[in-house]
Design a protein around this ligand. Structure first.
Ligand code: 13P
Ligand code: SF4
Length: 367
């Protein structure tokens, strides 16, 4: 069982089913949102459930939400997403503003697959294996501590929307790339940029020296961390092949956190925003199989009734940590903001914030 970092165990919503029904909760949430609009902004990631999205002032993928957070002037930013996203927003806003994550247990299992101690160990081993310049790039899905590591080592952060641009920058700047924690986004993007699979190796933190010899490191162009998203891992190459046979008219679009096979055999891959924009721009009557989180897929199907939209997988690919943000937990947050006694505020020490912000700003500045 993966351990979620910095998260409180056993957090329970203060408002029980006996106190308020779900529709009463929603009614109060919408009323409070109107009252608090002067001082509060609600951000919602595309994987949030519909009731939460109905309360969001801004919806988006992880890049858009980070960019929007940087421009917000209001005192309270309620982040309906997961822990690393709220931390990112906190770094990009002023010390006077408060970023709130409605459930502090809403983590990301992929982000938990790399910690500072392991990355330090890996960096030490890589540096002792080669004199070539290695640029570390972290997917935004990681702790603030790892963003700080990258900031201290001349690297950058990336999201699934800008991975190509950022990795290309890193490959120009250094001779090798260390990419963590998502091996799939790293492999899919590097391959698209022309790096052959033979020049990519996997560093597995569970193995001695990551399971790599110094010679393997010297020969590699890209070192990929052994991490993955358990939700996107649910999509398989067989599902793609079966669908292509059974429904040749269906277009298959997947998130780049899916494995290499899935991405290579699909028609299109891209971030949650790219998935939404591509489907929105397609003509009526088009059929789409989508390889990403089910809340987004269902919402797309609801929004574009003139198109056939369904999940690539017959199994429910749900991000259970995103799903932790529930209306009644959000109500506890709104009530606390009303009293100016906010709960679940994200806090990052300056020691971490300053270098992490450097890496974030590098990402936002790379053209
Ligand atoms: P996006 O960058 O597309 O929002 O994806 C974030 C994420 O966690 C996908 O699993
Ligand atoms: Fe993390 Fe995967 Fe959930 Fe995205 S979908 S937040 S990568 S566990």
């Amino acid at each position: 069982m993966l351990k979620l970092h910095n998260l409180k165990e056993d957090f329970k919503p203060e408002i029980s089913d006996d106190q308020l029904t779900e529709s009463e909760v929603l009614e109060e949430l919408h009323a409070l949102k109107r009252t608090l609009s002067e001082k509060m902004v609600v951000l919602g990631h595309h994987y949030q459930q519909d009731d939460i999205i109905s309360l969001a002032d801004i919806t988006g993928d992880s890049l858009k939400l980070a960019q929007k957070a940087a421009g917000i002037k209001k005192q309270y930013i309620v982040f309906c997403g997961v822990h690393f996203m709220a931390e990112t927003a906190d770094m990009l806003t002023s010390a006077k503003q408060k970023v709130i994550l409605p459930d502090l247990n809403a983590g990301c299992s992929m982000a938990d697959m790399a910690n500072k101690k392991e990355v330090d160990q890996c960096w030490k081993y890589l540096s002792s294996s080669t004199d070539q310049k290695i640029i570390p790039i972290t997917y935004v899905n990681c702790s603030a501590e790892l963003k700080a590591f990258v900031g201290k080592n001349e690297g950058s952060i990336c999201t699934s929307s800008n991975a190509k641009k950022i990795i290309s920058w890193a490959l120009d700047k250094g001779e090798k790339l260390l990419f963590f924690p998502d091996q799939h986004l790293g492999r899919n993007t590097c391959f698209e940029l022309g790096v052959p699979l033979e020049q990519m190796v996997i560093y597995d933190p569970g193995k001695v020296n990551g399971g790599l010899t110094k010679e393997q490191i010297r020969k590699a162009k890209v070192i990929l961390w052994y991490g993955y998203c358990s939700v996107h891992q649910g999509f398989t190459g067989e599902q793609v092949q079966r669908l292509k046979k059974e429904s040749p008219e269906t277009k298959i679009i997947v998130h780049p956190e899916c494995n290499f096979d899935v991405v290579q055999s699909s028609h299109i891959n891209g971030s949650t925003t790219k998935i939404i924009e591509t489907i929105a721009a397609s003509p009526a009557g088009t059929s789409w199989a989508v390889g990403t989180e089910i809340n987004l897929v269902n919402r797309l199907a609801e929004r574009f009734k003139d198109k056939k939209i369904f999940s690539l997988s017959p199994f429910q690919c749900i991000c259970t940590t995103m799903y932790r943000i529930r209306p009644r937990w959000l109500l506890s947050v709104f009530r606390s903001i009303k009293e100016d006694k906010p709960i679940n505020v994200i806090g990052i020490s300056d020691e971490i914030r300053i270098p992490a912000l450097r890496a974030l700003n590098t990402m936002l500045e790379i053209k």
